[in-house]
Design a binder for this molecule. Structure first.
Ligand code: ATP
Length: 206
């Protein structure tokens, strides 16, 4: 195994009841790459990411992670009664971060600094998603697993997300992104299409 591998998924199978969703998925993610996972609705992308981060157990196969990770789930897991600032403080404790400078930098970059005192339950869908993404990135982990992280983002923020993803890659982070948008495929080093329960790499790596 090369020393710069951050995530290694091998021969993973997963079904729900009698429905088989993943049938032998392999994926290796190295340092400093931006990896796309695409596929039709219901093809199993979120299932694969949840297995990758350890939230779901595969029926068969292995998942090995070689670093800390940040996970942005498709549905924001936030507490509606807490404000944006309170979320950051809560996660500061969970991540054992001495400071919140990076978290506030992300809030400014994603353009929701004006909402710091707003409760999550009162945020717009797009802003809620910005908070979701900030919580996944604020501890600056080497491995990022992001499930459609820009849902509901306006165009400017969408562009800023990709700039940020490029910067993280440039700093040696590994970024795995589920995407639905053909327009975004150009940002990836490798694109993996989930089809019939397996991942097919499209095109040559950049
Ligand atoms: N907890 C569950 N119980 C039963 N079936 C499930 C469960 N979660 C997902 N499924 C089914 O597994 C299949 C894959 O779902 P998954 O959410 O992984 O797909 P996806 O590719 O992420 O879809 P989308 O593009 O719509 O987000 C779907 O048919 C879905 O209905």
């Amino acid at each position: 195994m090369a020393s710069d591998v951050r995530l290694c998924i091998s021969a993973v199978h997963k079904g729900y009841g009698r429905r088989s969703v993943l049938r032998g998925v392999d994926l290796t993610v190295s340092a400093g790459v931006l990896v796309g996972v695409v596929g039709e609705n219901g093809s199993g992308k979120s299932t694969l990411l949840r297995i990758a981060v350890g939230q779901l157990t595969p029926d068969r196969g292995t998942v090995r992670r070689f670093s800390a990770l940040g996970y942005c789930p498709q549905q924001a897991v936030v507490n509606d009664t807490l404000t944006v600032a309170q979320h950051l403080r809560l996660f500061q404790v969970a991540y054992r971060l001495p400071r919140l400078d990076r978290a506030w930098e992300l809030v400014e970059l994603l353009g929701f600094g004006g909402e710091r005192r707003t409760r999550a339950g009162e945020l717009s869908g797009g802003t809620r998603q910005k908070l979701n993404l900030t919580l996944a990135l604020m501890h600056d982990p080497p491995l990022l697993v992001l499930d459609e992280p820009y849902q509901g983002f306006d165009w400017d923020t969408h562009q800023r997300f990709w700039q940020l993803a490029g910067q993280l890659r440039g700093q040696g982070r590994s970024v795995v992104v589920v995407s639905h948008l053909l327009h975004d495929l150009k940002y990836f080093d490798t694109v993996h299409h989930l089809r019939d329960g397996r991942l097919h790499q499209e095109g040559a790596p950049r």
